[in-house]
Ligand binder design. Structure first.
Ligand code: HGY
Ligand code: MN
Ligand code: MN
Length: 416
C-alpha cells in the first residue's frame, strides 16, 4: 500500500485540465458536444497529447485514433496493466463522462511517477476513440476494434448519417494507418481498470466515496424505419391514411412497455432518436426513423424485451398498413469484472478509509469490450444526483481525487 502522501494528486491541476478540455466543444458552455473526428475532437486530442508530454510519457496512436501513453515498468516486455476511458461527448452533455477516466488516469500515472514507483509491469493509459455512438450509430468503436469485435471490414462499412464512410472521416482527421493493425491479441494487457463517474444516484445517495463495479450491463441498439404514406394534411381523409408518425408513436410506447413488463428493474429501453419525414405542418408523415437503446444486466431478458418490440412492430404494421424495417446494430453480452481486480480496488479504498460499495454499471464503457482481451475492473465516483449526458453533470473535486488515488493504488498493486 503506497503511503497516501506519496500519492500526491493535484486536484486543482486536474480541475483545470477538465475545465480546459470542456472548452473543445461544439456546444455553448456548460454543455459539451465533442463528436468523433470533429474539429473539437481533434483539438481535444492535441491538448491531451500536450498534457501527456508534460508528464514525460511516451505516446502512440493507432489507425483510428486510439491513443496510448505508457509509464515504463521494470520489465517492459511484460503485458501492461492498462487504464483509460474516452473524451468524446454526446451532443449537449457534460464535462465528466469519460474525461475523468482519461485525465484522472493521466494524473494517477503522474502521481505514481512522481512517487518514484516503478512497478514490475508497465502501466498504459488508453484514450479510446469514439466511445459514444453519436457519429456511426454504434458505441465503443475504438475498444471494439482493439478487442477484435469490429474487424477492419466492419469499420470500413460504417457510415455516418451524411453517408460519409468511417475511412474517409478518419483519414480526414489525420489517421491513415492500416485498419488491420488495430486489433490486439488476448493477453496483450494483463488487466484493464477504468475510472468513471457512476452515472447513477447510488453513491451520492448513500454518502459513499467509491463504487467497486462487479458487472457491466448488456447494451443493444436497433434502428427502426416506419414507411407509411404521405399526403396532403387537408385532402387525405382519416380512413385513407397510413400515417408513419402515429404508427411510430404507438411503437415507441411498445418499446417502453417491453422494458416495463420484463419483471426486472434492470431492463431499460429508450427511443432516443425520432426523426419525422418530411416534417411539414401540412403534410402527413410518410416516414419515421427511430433508434432503440435496450439494456439489461441479463442478456436473455434484454433479448426477450427486443422480441416483444419486434412482435409489436409486426402487429402495428398490419393494423396500420405500414412497413416497418428493423436493423440490429449491436446486441452485446454483459461483462463480469475480474475478482482479483475487484478485490484490489476494494483493498485500495479500505486502505484509504474510503466508504465503498459494490454495484453494477448500467451505462456501458470501453471496459465492456476490453473484457474480451483481459480481466477488467471499474472504479466509480459519485456524480451529483446521478445526472449524466446532460450539461449539469457534476462530480466534486474531492470525489475525483479519491477516485484517482484508488485507481493509482490499484494500478500499482496489479502491476507489481
Ligand atoms: O451510453 C452509454 O452507456 C455510455 O455513456 N456511452
Ligand atoms: Mn456517455
Ligand atoms: Mn462514458
Amino acid at each position: 500500500m503506497l503511503a497516501e502522501q506519496a500519492l500526491a494528486v493535484d486536484s486543482e491541476r486536474l480541475e483545470h485540465h477538465l475545465a480546459t478540455l470542456a472548452t473543445f466543444s461544439d456546444a455553448p458552455a456548460p454543455a459539451v458536444t465533442r463528436v468523433l473526428y470533429s474539429d473539437a475532437d481533434v483539438r481535444a486530442r492535441a491538448y491531451l497529447k500536450d498534457l501527456i508530454a508534460e508528464v514525460g510519457l511516451s505516446v502512440r496512436e493507432d489507425a483510428i485514433g486510439n491513443l496510448f501513453a505508457r509509464l515504463p515498468g521494470q520489465d517492459d516486455t511484460l503485458p501492461a496493466v492498462a487504464t483509460g476511458s474516452h473524451i468524446d461527448a454526446i451532443p449537449h452533455s457534460g464535462r465528466y463522462d469519460g474525461t475523468v477516466g482519461v485525465l484522472g488516469g493521466l494524473e494517477a500515472l503522474r502521481a505514481l511517477k512522481e512517487a518514484g514507483v516503478t512497478p514490475k509491469r508497465p502501466i498504459e493509459l488508453i484514450m479510446f476513440t469514439a466511445e459514444e455512438p453519436t457519429r456511426f450509430g454504434v458505441g465503443c468503436v475504438g475498444s471494439r476494434a482493439l478487442a477484435g469485435v469490429l474487424s477492419a471490414d466492419d469499420l470500413r462499412a460504417l457510415k455516418d448519417e451524411d453517408g460519409r464512410s468511417f475511412d474517409d472521416v478518419r483519414t480526414a482527421a489525420g489517421f491513415t494507418g492500416r485498419l488491420e493493425e488495430v486489433g490486439l491479441e488476448p493477453g496483450h494487457y494483463h488487466h484493464f481498470v477504468e475510472l468513471h463517474i457512476e452515472q447513477g444516484p447510488h453513491l451520492e445517495a448513500q454518502n459513499l466515496n467509491i463504487g467497486v463495479v462487479d458487472a457491466i450491463a448488456a447494451p443493444a441498439t436497433l434502428h427502426i424505419t416506419v414507411h407509411g404514406q404521405g399526403g396532403h394534411a387537408g385532402a387525405v381523409l382519416m380512413p385513407h391514411r397510413h400515417d408513419a408518425l402515429v404508427a411510430g408513436a404507438i411503437l415507441a410506447q411498445a418499446v417502453e412497455d417491453a422494458a416495463r413488463s420484463s419483471g426486472a428493474e434492470d431492463t431499460v429501453a429508450t427511443v432516443g432518436i425520432f426523426d419525422v419525414h418530411p416534417r411539414a405542418v401540412n403534410s402527413i408523415p410518410s416516414r419515421v426513423f427511430m433508434s432503440v437503446d435496450a439494456r439489461d444486466t441479463d442478456a436473455a431478458r434484454r433479448d426477450e424485451a427486443i422480441a416483444k418490440i419486434r412482435q409489436a412492430a409486426e402487429r402495428i404494421a398490419q393494423e396500420r398498413d405500414v412497413r416497418i424495417d428493423i436493423e440490429t446494430l449491436n446486441a452485446d453480452p454483459p461483462a463480469t469484472c475480474g475478482e482479483e481486480i475487484v478485490g484490489t480496488i476494494r483493498e485500495a479504498a479500505e486502505g484509504m478509509g474510503l466508504a465503498h460499495t459494490t454495484l453494477v454499471s448500467r451505462a456501458y464503457h470501453d471496459a465492456l469490450f476490453m473484457d474480451r482481451i483481459c480481466p477488467i475492473g471499474m472504479v466509480f465516483i459519485p456524480c451529483h444526483q446521478g445526472i449524466s449526458h446532460r450539461p449539469d453533470e457534476y462530480s466534486a473535486p474531492d470525489d475525483i481525487a479519491n477516485g484517482v488515488r484508488v485507481l493509482a493504488q490499484t494500478l500499482a498493486n496489479l502491476a507489481s
